[in-house]
Design a protein around this ligand. Structure first.
Ligand code: ADP
Length: 483
């Protein structure tokens, strides 16, 4: 595998792809978060390119929507196979551009491949010739699904292949034309993925790539041709997209949003401390905490808090920070200097306001942030998602589980929640009271526990239906009844 990755590692070039042609712009280097070395060159498009891509997608929509679903699905299956065959190149990009450890890169590639195959299989089931339904006189009526039109897919850098491809594959499977805009931090891997989809048989008229930052994203979601938006990123951006869709005064356009979370874990006195320590370290610090699902707020019952925190600290101190291309590394860099500065500012505030349990140093080169653990007095002291390796601990008293849960719920986020307990009633109470998307019981909390289980949240964390789930594809399609 190492040899395959080494062979796949070469300077990459990416530009927008509109109607199969490379878009223009001014090239800039893409630098690795690991050490600032060049990974490739990206040419970003401006607002005109966004508009050209939307027009080209609108022109390509009907042909793709009328393409038999088995043909659409076959293209996704073929893309999955091509990704497996070219894993050296994709893994190298996930590591160099995304800063991922080999374990994380492999898991992400697997997830991207699974999304393609799963959505292909789902599409064959859901988007066939239609379902027969009896009409008023018993005659044969039909319910079928069609693409909505041009779907804009906007994705983040933290899963630059799996989330990017998951959105695009779902939208394409349902018969939409797609304009995809990946995060500005990770254009190279998105470009590689689009090339693979085109090679696998997705027409260049049905799938377009537009590279650029948030302004380019806004130009796409604000375009008159948009028929749907799939978005994963910050809650603030989801609000901005919602506002822009609402202001259009035209078609009522659905937004499928997956945003952030505060992701609490509740630990009671019956939990197994060794397992808790292991799961907390994995959930809070793996991927440098840059997962939507990552644990940010650990709620430990007071009676066991000192012991549990000491064990977590001990386990965290074993983590090796550094170059994620080294097999021994557990924690790689955060994505860029801006992310690092934001985390350092939060850490500085916490150092003044909270008790510090752990403050690990980070390598000076690259954009690293060492794992930190702070103890805060109340759940309310953590008001926003802190997207990095920073864990906040709060204690709760026996008999006060309900108010604790209410305080967690009051944050408004509803993505993930962990529970460590050996009491069935505690688990039932937590699951009943908490409107979160994914609950993890006596295990770590990282994404979907099996590739094709649904993942996603509610409230400030997103709209549902969940990515990877059996209901996801339907949101990308329009139902049509022929009676
Ligand atoms: P993150 O904090 O993960 O970078 P963002 O929400 O800023 O989250 O970014 C996620 C994606 O949304 C990126 O592709 C980014 O370019 C895009 N984006 C940012 N602002 C806007 C906007 N106003 N409209 C559309 N897309 C945007």
């Amino acid at each position: 595998l190492e040899a395959e990755i080494a062979a796949g590692r070469k300077l990459a070039e990416a530009a927008s792809i509109i109607g199969g042609k490379a878009g223009g712009g001014t090239p800039r280097p893409v630098l690795s978060p690991i050490d600032g070395s060049p990974v490739g060159t990206v040419t970003e498009a401006g607002a005109e390119a966004a508009s050209a891509a939307m027009a080209a997608a609108a022109a390509g929509f009907h042909a793709w929507d009328r393409t038999d679903v088995t043909v659409r699905a076959a293209a996704l299956d073929k893309a999955a196979g091509l990704m497996e065959a070219r894993r050296g190149m994709l893994l190298a990009l996930l590591q160099d551009e995304g800063g991922k450890t080999l374990d994380d890169a492999l898991a992400e590639l697997r997830e991207a491949v699974d999304f393609c195959r799963y959505y292909a299989a789902q599409a064959r089931k859901i988007f066939g010739p239609g379902e027969h339904m009896p009409g008023p006189t018993g005659e044969d009526n039909i319910l079928r699904h069609r693409g909505r039109g041009v779907f804009v897919c906007i994705s983040p850098w933290n899963f630059p292949l799996a989330i990017f491809l998951g959105q695009v594959a779902a939208a394409l499977a349902a018969g939409n034309a797609v304009v995809a805009k990946p995060a500005e931090q990770t254009p190279l891997i998105a470009h590689a993925a689009v090339k693979i989809l085109h090679e696998a048989g997705v027409p260049t008229s049905a799938l377009h790539l537009v590279l650029g930052d948030g302004r380019t994203g806004a130009a796409l979601t604000g375009h008159a041709a948009v028929a749907g938006v799939a978005f994963t990123g910050s809650t603030e951006t989801a609000w901005a997209i919602n506002r822009s869709l609402a202001a259009k005064n035209a078609a009522i356009v659905p937004l499928i949003a997956e945003t952030g979370g505060i992701n609490a874990m509740v630990v009671d006195a019956t939990a197994l401390p060794e397992q808790v320590a292991d799961d907390v370290v994995t959930s809070a610090f793996r991927s440098a905490g840059q997962r939507c699902s990552a644990l940010r707020l650990l709620c430990v019952q007071e009676d066991v808090a000192d012991k549990v925190v000491a064990m977590i600290k001990g386990a965290a101190e074993e983590l090796k920070l550094g170059d994620p291309r080294q097999p021994a590394t557990h924690v790689g860099p955060v994505i860029d200097a801006e992310a690092k500065a934001g985390l350092e500012a939060h850490i500085a505030v916490m150092k003044g306001a909270a008790r510090t349990h752990l403050a690990m140093a980070a390598p000076a080169q690259g954009t690293f942030v060492g794992p930190h653990i702070f103890e805060i007095a109340r759940v309310e002291d953590l008001t926003r998602e802190v997207f990095g390796p920073v864990l906040h601990v709060v204690r709760w008293k026996a008999g006060r589980l309900a108010p604790l849960l209410d305080a967690v719920a009051a944050t408004g986020y509803g993505l993930t929640l962990g529970v460590h307990t050996r009491i069935e009633a505690t688990l039932a109470a937590v699951a009943e009271r908490m409107a979160v998307g994914n609950i993890y019981v006596n295990r770590n909390m990282i994404g979907a526990v099996v590739g094709t289980q649904p993942f996603g949240g509610v409230g400030l964390s997103g709209t549902g239906p969940k990515a990877g789930g059996p209901n996801y594809l339907k949101r990308f399609a329009a139902e049509q009844v022929i009676a």
